[in-house]
Ligand binder design. Structure first.
Ligand code: HEM
Ligand code: HEM
Length: 225
């Protein structure tokens, strides 16, 4: 039997809104900041851009924590943070000789994905904090090394995240990347969210763009070129 946020694929043929706009703006801005922070990490010449993109990633994570308690249905922590045992049970469904049924389809994050989301948010916050510490104290030292280790751990988790997204989508015959871009998935009408929260999405985009510009242009204290 299907529970309110899971359903067998064959039940629904129409698409409904699942990811609100703020969650999608958050995700794709985070991808840009993360990739940009990596591309600008090594050179002195691009250091200001590195710090700016890192701080913007930190701001996005702070915002996501708020949206995790105030956002729409599938963005809420209460929708996707389940027990570690539930995550392990879900993952066991992927084992070739599993006696359990194939992994169930979730409209929001699955139980293992929920922990990956928390891990990604925590590691980004830790990378930003250690980067700030390294910048204040002058690298190379312990802070610089910690920042390097955390950034590499984050890179590994991101790689696992992308592999998991592709594998899960393949198993259920759906394109999860497209869903994170367009916000829609096959679902029953009552399972969709009512509003995409467009205003909040545009506000988030404008606020993070402004923060990046203000940091880069030296309009805020803390960074000097
Ligand atoms: C091009 C590479 C990436 C692709 C294709 C991708 C794709 C996705 C997809 C499809 C989801 C939704 C998963 C689901 O249906 O449960 C998702 C969620 C998520 N991804 Fe990625 N991702 C990428 C890179 C990243 C990076 C670099 C980060 C962080 C540094 C990241 C962090 C997250 C987070 C935190 C979520 C949860 C979204 C939320 O609930 O707010 N992703 N990603
Ligand atoms: C998502 C966020 C971030 C990522 C993924 C990231 C990643 C990296 C990486 C890969 C390096 C090169 C490490 C090495 O090989 O030595 C680096 C260096 C550095 N980052 Fe970040 N960073 C982020 C945010 C920040 C922030 C917010 C700051 C400061 C406010 C910062 C300050 C620095 C400094 C000072 C260095 C040079 C450290 C050294 O030479 O040992 N980073 N970062």
């Amino acid at each position: 039997m299907s529970t309110p946020d899971t359903l067998p694929e064959q039940v629904a043929s129409a698409e409904q809104k699942i990811w609100d706009l703020p969650t999608r703006v958050f995700h794709w801005m985070l991808v840009l900041c993360f990739a940009g922070a990596w591309l600008t990490a090594e050179s002195e010449r691009t250091q200001l851009l590195h710090l700016t993109l890192g701080y913007c990633a930190g701001a996005l994570v702070l915002w996501r924590v708020v949206w995790g308690v105030a956002g729409s249905r599938y963005a809420l922590f209460s929708d996707f943070v389940r027990s570690p045992a539930a995550a392990l049970r879900y993952l066991r469904g992927y084992l070739p000789r599993s006696t359990l049924a194939a992994p169930r389809r979730y409209l929001g994050h699955n139980p293992a994905g929920g922990w990956a989301v928390l891990g990604l948010l925590a590691l980004i916050a830790a990378a930003v904090a250690s980067g700030w510490w390294a910048y204040q104290s002058g690298a190379p030292d312990m802070a610089g090394e910690m920042h390097e280790v955390l950034s590499h751990a984050l890179l590994i988790l991101v790689a696992l995240h992308v592999i998991a997204v592709i594998a899960t989508g393949y198993i259920h015959g759906e394109n999860l990347v497209r869903a994170m871009w367009a916000g829609r998935k096959r679902a029953l009408p009552e399972q969709g969210i009512r509003s995409s929260q467009v205003g909040m999405g545009l506000l988030l985009f404008a606020a993070v763009t402004w923060l990046g510009w203000a940091l880069y242009a030296g309009r805020l204290p803390g960074l000097t070129s």
